[in-house]
Design a protein around this ligand. Structure first.
Ligand code: AVI
Length: 742
């Protein structure tokens, strides 16, 4: 922004100097020259005519990538929209050249004088600069027509031969237009990050032909094969790089190639070269001195190691040089050679058939073909016309003093689909990709419970080893009256993760005063079935199911309003949460149920390791099937190709964290595809699928207290021990209050 602002104003200063130009007064400094010269010879006018065409054409080429909507945007008061630049430069020729020196010339549209006069007071009022972005009309098509109209007249004027004075005006108009080209580029550079452009794979002819000059390393042109890929049309910006830095980009070894990480540490790299941290943020040493880092400008002066780490962080990669050249030739890329050389992931080596010349010139490129990486494109400092699309620049991976930047690429699958997950992809896909991409692979246990997984869990509950379901149900039965005695007439029972509502019946049987039941479960089918069955068996009960993820903030249905609320969360599912998740859940239930409420919650207790491990690794293999169903579900729903036999079920007791852990262990080195991504497993590598925390009465009471609940009663079974806690909101005692009221 700063550069844009400062250049915009320096342009205006320059233009101010031309402020004396009017219909009857040429530039004062140039007047004597005009006066000295007579009519120009045709050679000179031909040259001028050619130059006119080239300069005008370049302006349009710069604007070509812009869509009509892009052309109207005014990013700041000082920076005019692209459309305005295109029209204003044309208006300049019309006003100062054609209207005065082309007899009989009729202006294209008299209204344009107001719209496209920049600041010439002598020419009357004009559109305020800060409001140029409001000009939806004339539309860009009209502006193109305007340019063609004026171009036609200027070229006709040049054909007839012109005076020295007229020639100077044309040259002035062209210099003026070049200044606007620079402004146009700066405006264009603002605000937009890269967009990925897809290319199908197939054979591609890489390299230069003999038709025009090229270095030996660009030859011979040869066929190479490209897999489908997508490539960003723009370079990574400083703003994006700052996000990488803020996310610990320079401090996370997992993002870096090994040699790069060694350098990060030995050189204490924490930003691109020439960046300096000041009290006001990051600045960058430039040719113009120390300047605030412009977030919209492409990042430069980064090494290959940094570029590769950034790409890793951005879930992308660097393009190969063949991909780069293919996309550039297809016209998909912007910022090709005018900003920074772009790192590719290609090692600098000989093309097939390359022979260094036998004379001394043979030393030019070939002998450097080791330990270097290819960069493509060109830089702001590269002389005009020096670079070309086949040009192979090369540097060592640690070098970063040159103008080197980053363009990202990604793989596309064979059907040309992006590997990038979109909003259309499910949470499941997003969580699977994140979990399998982590250094320690993990998946959230909530995804166990599709229809097949829910059935498998029922099967687990029937195994002799898995005691929690059996013991908890027995405990509920044994103490049902005690547990429910305080529930007042007309209360509502709200069950979280109600499933088949089996344990609910124990409560409902013992407490006929419960008037309404709100089962909450994400599985609509299971919920509907269970709700229907409960309605049938308890005809007086108002059943109002809520089909939602009970870990989300839910709203209770009208059936629950005005009733004392009794929460029910059996099964020790609280043990499957992290501590943070458990606290979040308990707090949100506290809020949902209100002050005058109770939460009945089941929790498995810490016990001997053998009992615990057996419960999660039953002999019959039900738990192993349940665990592997997660992979089967990925195969079913996310196009995965997991081989279930290539993984072993593992259940271990983590005494330090008081939890049973379930893992799936890869039997071999293997590659697995799922959710448009590819994941590598090493032999013996674990995928952590579930934690099942076990509690003591103290650890559970502490957890509850942190969430605003206190344990008012607890019932504990004989071994294997399991507990049911009755929690009441801290600093309130609802049932006692009620009892007294009753
Ligand atoms: C649902 N949840 C409480 C069970 C548990 O014990 O953690 C899930 C389970 N995992 C393996 N077996 C059962």
């Amino acid at each position: 922004m700063q550069r844009l602002g400062s250049n915009a104003s320096s342009f205006n200063n320059a233009d101010d100097r031309k402020g004396t130009v009017s219909s009857d007064a040429a530039l004062p400094g140039a007047r004597t020259n005009f006066a000295r010269r007579g009519l120009r010879a045709s050679d000179a006018t031909n040259e001028l005519s050619d130059r006119y065409v080239r300069v005008r054409h370049r302006t349009e080429a710069l604007a070509k990538p812009l869509r009509p909507e892009d052309m109207v945007v005014q990013s700041m008061p000082d920076a005019s929209p692209a459309k305005w630049h295109l029209a204003h430069t044309t208006w300049f020729f019309e006003t100062f050249l054609l209207s005065i020196h082309s007899p009989g010339y009729r202006v294209f549209d008299p209204g344009y004088s107001y719209l496209f006069n920049s600041y010439y007071e002598a020419l009357g009022p004009r559109q305020p600069r800060a409001q140029r972005g409001l000009l939806t009309r004339p539309c860009s098509i009209d502006i193109v027509a305007y340019r063609r109209y004026v171009d036609g007249h200027v070229r006709k004027l040049l054909q007839y031969g012109i005076s020295a004075e007229t020639e100077d005006l044309v040259r002035l108009g062209l210099a003026h237009e070049e200044q606007h080209q620079e402004l146009l580029l700066m405006v264009d550079a603002v605000g937009r990050g890269g967009r990925f452009k897809g290319m199908s794979g197939g054979p591609f002819e890489l390299g230069a032909t003999a038709a025009s000059f090229a270095f030996d390393n660009e030859c011979p042109r040869h066929t190479t094969w490209l897999q489908p890929f997508e490539i960003s049309d723009r370079l990574v910006t400083n703003g994006e790089w700052l996000a990488f830095m803020a996310d610990g980009g320079y401090a996370r070894p997992e993002l870096w190639l090994s040699d790069g990480w060694t350098l990060v540490q030995s050189e204490a790299w924490n930003s691109p070269l020439y960046w300096v941290q000041t009290p006001d943020g990051w600045s960058q040493m430039t040719f113009r001195g120390l300047r605030t880092v412009e977030t919209d400008a492409p990042v430069t002066h980064v090494s290959y190691y940094e570029a590769a780490a950034y790409a890793h962080w951005a879930s992308a990669r660097l393009p190969t040089e063949a991909e780069w050249e293919c996309a550039a030739r297809a016209g998909l890329l912007e910022q090709v050679e005018e900003v920074a050389w772009q790192w590719t992931q290609s090692a600098y080596s000989a093309y097939p058939g390359f022979r260094p010349a036998e004379n001394a010139a043979g030393e030019y490129n070939g002998k450097f073909m080791v330990g270097q990486v290819v960069l493509r494109g060109g830089a702001s400092v590269t002389p005009a016309h020096h670079s070309r699309l086949t040009y192979r620049n090369f540097y060592r991976p640690e070098q970063r003093w040159m103008f080197s930047g980053v363009r990202l690429a990604r793989d596309l699958n064979q059907s040309g689909e992006s590997s990038e997950l979109t909003a259309a992809d499910s949470d499941f896909a997003v969580d699977v990709v994140a979990g399998l991409s982590a250094r320690e692979k993990t998946l959230p246990p909530k995804y166990f419970y599709d229809a097949a997984g829910s059935e498998l869990f029922e099967a687990i509950s029937r195994t002799p080893e898995y005691y929690p379901t059996r013991v908890e149900t027995a405990l509920l039965r044994q103490f049902a009256l005690e547990i429910t005695v305080g529930i007042p007439e007309g209360a509502v029972l709200v069950e979280f993760g109600s499933g088949a509502s089996d344990k609910t019946r124990v409560i409902l049987d013992a407490a006929p005063q419960i008037a309404a039941y709100v089962p909450v479960d994400i599985s609509e089918d299971a919920l509907a079935k269970a709700a229907a069955a409960v309605s049938r068996d308890y005809p007086k009960l108002l059943v109002a199911p809520v089909a939602e993820d009970f870990t989300d903030a839910i709203r209770l249905p009208a059936a629950a309003h005005g009733r004392v609320k009794v929460g029910f969360f059996p099964g020790s599912t609280i043990g499957n949460f992290t501590e943070a998740e458990a606290l979040r859940f308990l707090r949100s239930v506290r809020q949902l149920l209100g002050d005058n409420s109770v939460l009945l919650i089941g929790a498995d207790l810490v016990k001997d390791e053998a009992t615990l491990v057996a419960a999660y690794d039953d002999v019959e293999g039900a738990t192993a099937r349940f665990n592997k169903n997660l992979l089967a579900r990925i195969n079913r729903e996310l196009g995965g190709d997991f081989d279930l036999d290539a993984f072993d079920h593992l259940a271990i007791w983590n005494a330090e964290l008081a939890r049973m852990e379930m893992h799936l262990v890869s039997r071999a080195d293997q590659i697995v595809n799922a959710a448009k991504h590819t994941f590598a497993f090493k032999a013996g590598e674990r995928l952590h699928t579930e934690n099942s925390h076990k509690f003591t009465t103290k650890s559970f009471a502490d957890l509850a207290a942190q969430a605003g609940w206190s344990v008012s009663r607890e019932w504990i079974s004989g071994a294997p021990q399991f507990a049911i806690f009755s929690l009441t909101p801290e600093s309130s005692d609802p049932f006692h209050l009620n009892r007294r009221n009753n």
